[in-house]
Write a protein that binds this ligand. Structure first.
Ligand SMILES: Nc1ncnc2c1ncn2[C@@H]1O[C@H](COP(=O)(O)OP(=O)(O)OP(=O)(O)O)[C@@H](O)[C@H]1O
Ligand SMILES: O=c1ccn([C@@H]2O[C@H](COP(=O)(O)O)[C@@H](O)[C@H]2O)c(=O)[nH]1
Ligand SMILES: [Mg+2]
Length: 263
């Protein structure tokens, strides 16, 4: 809203400036029209450039379960935008933001950053994007994360679907410790803490979406391509049902996917 008011003031300023520059000024009617358009846009909410709510997929799983790897393949094949909550937080650290030091300590400890902060970063990305399909990777981490997101985000507060990459702990630890990307949390002590937090805090979120009929549980052992063939079936079945369009109710998609994979 304030950005719109600023744009309007700038229109009025340029109108005044054009008087002194002998350029035909915006007349009162033009200014009123512009004002009315801006107010209408604001009334529609912050997603003013969207006709319909975006399609939101939460991507969950323990540390090293392969969320990021599979997200990249989904982006290539199905045109989603990938928002990794962990990457957004790491970006805050490297840009020396006011919360950078606190985020770094939290990540080093394998703990969870305050919900408002993570939600704000995700919301900013969704709202500034032209895409209408998002993978939100590694969020919500806790029930409190989930409730904060629902409270703060006005459009797309409920995910359309939730993917859960189900991987044995031993395999996750092996993958994290051989990841080699210089992450401060890729060490045995932090991984243990992250696994503890995953079991205590993230599994309840996964169960919540399972009870809502939104969860797709994907066995995450095998080659990257084998796992992606499982993922591909999910999005293809949603495409067949034209459900990559948020107006449809997702439980039908889950039922369809289950049936087609059982028959
Ligand atoms: N199917 C697979 N088999 C073996 N290694 C894999 C597989 N999928 C991903 N990896 C590797 O395991 C490591 C962790 O994968 P990835 O970063 O995708 O996991 P993640 O779930 O995003 O982890 P985190 O929550 O820590 O960000 C990476 O080095 C990746 O290359
Ligand atoms: O919603 C979130 C997501 C992440 N964190 C913190 O970041 C690290 C790394 O996250 P990855 O998804 O594994 O990249 C995680 O262990 C948390 O410390 C968070 O607090 N909230
Ligand atoms: Mg990741």
């Amino acid at each position: 809203m304030w950005r719109r008011v600023a744009r309007l003031s700038s229109l009025i300023r340029s109108s005044k400036a054009s008087l002194s520059n002998q350029i035909p000024p915006a007349n009162g009617l033009q200014i009123l029209e512009a004002f009315s358009t801006e107010i209408q846009k604001s009334a529609k909410g912050r997603n003013h450039h969207r006709e319909k709510p975006p399609f939101i997929t939460f991507v969950l799983g323990g540390p090293g379960s392969g969320k990021g790897t599979q997200c990249l393949k989904i982006v290539e094949t199905f045109g989603f935008s990938h928002l990794s909550a962990g990457d957004l937080l790491r970006k805050e650290i490297s840009s020396n933001s006011e919360n950078g030091a606190m985020i770094l300590e939290t990540i080093k400890e394998g703990n969870i950053v305050p919900s408002e902060l993570t939600v704000k970063l995700i919301q900013r990305e969704v709202e500034s994007s032209e895409n209408d399909k998002f993978l939100i990777d590694g969020f919500p981490r806790t029930e409190e994360n989930r409730r904060t997101y629902e409270r703060v985000v006005s459009v797309g507060a409920e995910p359309n679907i939730v993917l859960f990459f189900d991987c044995p702990e031993e395999e996750m630890v092996k993958r994290v410790l051989s990841r080699n990307q210089g992450r401060v949390d890729d060490n045995i002590d932090t991984v243990k803490k992250r696994l503890e937090n995953f079991n205590a805090l993230n599994l309840p979120v996964i169960n919540y979406y399972s009870e809502k009929g939104k969860l797709y549980k994907i066995p995450a052992v095998g080659t990257e391509d084998e796992i992606f063939s499982r993922v591909r079936k999910i999005f293809t079945s949603l495409e067949v049902l034209s459900m990559l369009s948020p107006q449809f109710s997702i439980p039908i998609g889950v039922i369809w996917f289950t049936l087609t994979n059982l028959l």
